[in-house]
Write a protein that binds this ligand. Structure first.
Ligand SMILES: [Mn+2]
Length: 128
């Protein structure tokens, strides 16, 4: 943090709405520098729930991740990210996943899984 930091903008529950996120960052005075949204004196604290529901989830991650990695934002995980990690993580005994692949859970993650279909990766990649 620098001496010129004058505060934080709190943004939560983006849920794949990349267009809305960009419009909000623009309105709050953030501008892209080298492809990363920055504000001269403020930072965002993202409150989680980047994924599920709306389709532009990869674009949301592509906006948020570089902001966090460059220090333009901080972030916490939402329950939807927690659920997605558990959905993608095998149990130690190799039988099933930490979040069962039930019809209900699969439907909840449908938009997320579609967004990353065929890419061979997700923003979450670790095993327990
Ligand atoms: Mn939410």
């Amino acid at each position: 943090m620098t001496d010129t930091n004058t505060g934080f903008d709190l943004i939560g529950d983006i849920h794949g709405c990349a267009d809305t996120l960009q419009a909000m960052l623009d309105k709050l005075g953030y501008r892209q520098q080298d492809g990363i949204y920055r504000h001269p004196v403020r930072r965002v604290i993202f409150l989680g729930d980047f994924i599920d529901r709306e389709p532009r989830q990869r674009e949301v991650i592509a906006i948020v991740r570089p902001m966090v990695e460059s220090g333009a934002a901080l972030s916490v995980m939402g329950n939807h990210e927690f659920n997605a990690i558990a959905y993608a993580t095998r149990c130690r005994d190799g039988k099933g996943y930490l979040r069962p692949h039930s019809k209900k859970n699969a439907e909840q993650h449908e938009a997320f899984l579609k967004a990353y279909e065929g890419t061979g990766s997700t923003p979450f990649s670790w095993t327990v």
